[in-house]
Design a protein around this ligand. Structure first.
Ligand SMILES: [Zn+2]
Length: 438
């Protein structure tokens, strides 16, 4: 038998570290008055109101908004002085989780506007040192891709997995149990001490069933927990049918594996050097994931579950959040979910095809700045929370087709190494404009 709720977990206290104040319309309005780009637009609007460019904007209480046709709402024009703060908020902090360009850009453009925001976001994300040093090296996966059925309802089918062992946290947690809705991709996760059937079943009840209802199907890999008597009996009692995938990946479990990659990378960004405080950041990172668009659906899991994007702490009254009626929200959600189902089916087929392809060749030139992949690590630290790439080296010579001599200068001394191009990637330096003021 499994019990619902054992003694209260004294999970490491969550840290919600929000380094900036929420931006207000009046603060942005004041800054707009000092911004040359915005002043020019204002002038255009007054002098040539019928002009094509002037018509893209809208003036309300002397504040400039961009008329976003796609989103069908007015979005505030962010003055240059505030852009770095918004980029940092939407990428750097745990609530944003150091996600890639597409996700970060989507988060920004649904809430803020400035002309060069696409370019700026791209540069900001691709020049992020944390992202560059910690992205998991691409590995070739093997196995067969099975096409999966996707139900129309949220949380009718979930995929569950356990990640770890990670470095044992100060409070004794070493694993993360992770559950994802197959339809909306919405994720729930929890730090657990032991990878056992009881902890997983308890998580399933408290964090999945009591929040989202009882799934009809629960998919997993052939892990011993999921095959255990205790777990299969619990599923039987709850009326959930188990779907166990024959192959480790990709198929069913591929989805969860990708979220694992995300959690690995994201946790490394926010943990201290001895990696003991990772559970403090877990829920913020799960929020970051749920509130960002998924490349397979083009919606955020939050949107697919609730019919709207979450309001971020930075937004306050800065964005014109259209107040939707309940009916509109339901319509949004239903439409989005049916589009999602189709997209996921198409995506699965494309993914299956891509799966058998080889990786592309990479070429470097002498003088290029590169990062180097290193596999050794300090004893006692979990490789799951490890940085993979070290920066920056300069390529000073090429040997044959694939080997390069690289050099780094540390404390006035030069260090040289010869490495295979497989272990190199281009390093992108952040331009002055986006550096923290000294
Ligand atoms: Zn980053």
């Amino acid at each position: 038998m499994f019990r619902v709720g054992k003694e209260e977990d004294d999970e490491d206290e969550a840290v919600l570290d929000i380094p900036i104040k929420a931006v207000t319309v009046s603060a942005i309005g004041e800054m707009q008055k000092k911004d040359p780009e915005i002043l020019r637009i204002k002038q255009d609007m007054l002098e040539n109101p019928e002009d094509h460019n002037a018509k893209k904007f809208h003036l309300r209480s002397d504040v400039v908004y961009y008329k976003d046709k796609q989103l069908q709402k007015d979005i505030i024009y962010v003055p240059i002085a505030m852009r770095l703060e918004i980029l940092r908020f939407c990428h750097d902090i745990p609530l944003s989780g150091h996600l890639g360009f597409t996700k970060t850009y989507h988060k920004i453009k649904t809430r803020f506007y400035w002309k060069s925001m696409r370019k700026d976001t791209y540069h900001f994300v691709s020049s992020c040192d944390d992202c560059q040093s910690r992205k998991i090296p691409r590995m070739r996966k093997q196995g067969f891709m099975q096409l999966q059925e996707i139900p129309g309802e949220a949380f009718a089918k979930v995929i569950i997995d356990v990640l770890g062992p990670l470095t044992r946290s100060a409070s004794g947690h070493s694993y993360i149990v992770n559950c994802m809705c197959a339809t909306t991709k919405y994720m729930e996760a929890k730090a657990i001490r032991h990878a056992d059937a009881e902890s997983v079943a308890e998580f399933l009840v408290n964090s999945v069933i009591l929040r989202h209802g009882t799934p009809r199907i629960i998919a997993s890999d052939r892990g011993t927990i999921f095959l255990s008597d205790m777990f299969t009996k619990a599923m039987e009692l709850l009326g959930i049918s188990q779907q166990i995938s024959t192959f480790n990946h990709p198929g069913t479990v591929g989805l969860v594996e990708k979220s694992h990659d995300y959690l690995h990378v994201a946790l490394t960004m926010y943990t201290d050097a001895n990696q003991k405080n990772w559970p403090q950041h877990l829920q913020a990172l799960v929020f970051a994931y749920n509130s960002s668009i998924q490349l397979s659906t083009f919606y955020s899991p939050h949107f697919l579950l609730y019919g709207r994007e979450p309001i971020l702490p930075i937004e306050a009254d800065a964005t014109l959040t259209n107040h939707l009626s309940l009916q509109e929200i339901i319509n949004n959600m239903n439409l989005a979910r049916s589009i999602t189902r189709e997209r996921l089916m198409i995506r699965q087929k494309q993914y299956a095809k891509y799966f058998n392809q080889n990786k592309r060749p990479v070429s470097f030139k002498i003088g290029n700045e590169v990062m180097v992949r290193k596999d050794k690590r300090k004893k006692g630290l979990s490789s799951k929370l490890f940085r993979y790439w070290y920066e920056p080296y300069t390529i000073i010579d090429q040997i044959g087709d694939v080997n390069f001599v690289i050099e780094s200068v540390r404390r006035g001394k030069s260090y040289k190494e010869t490495v295979h191009s497989d272990k190199l990637k281009t390093y992108i330096q952040r331009t002055e404009e986006f550096n923290e003021p000294a």
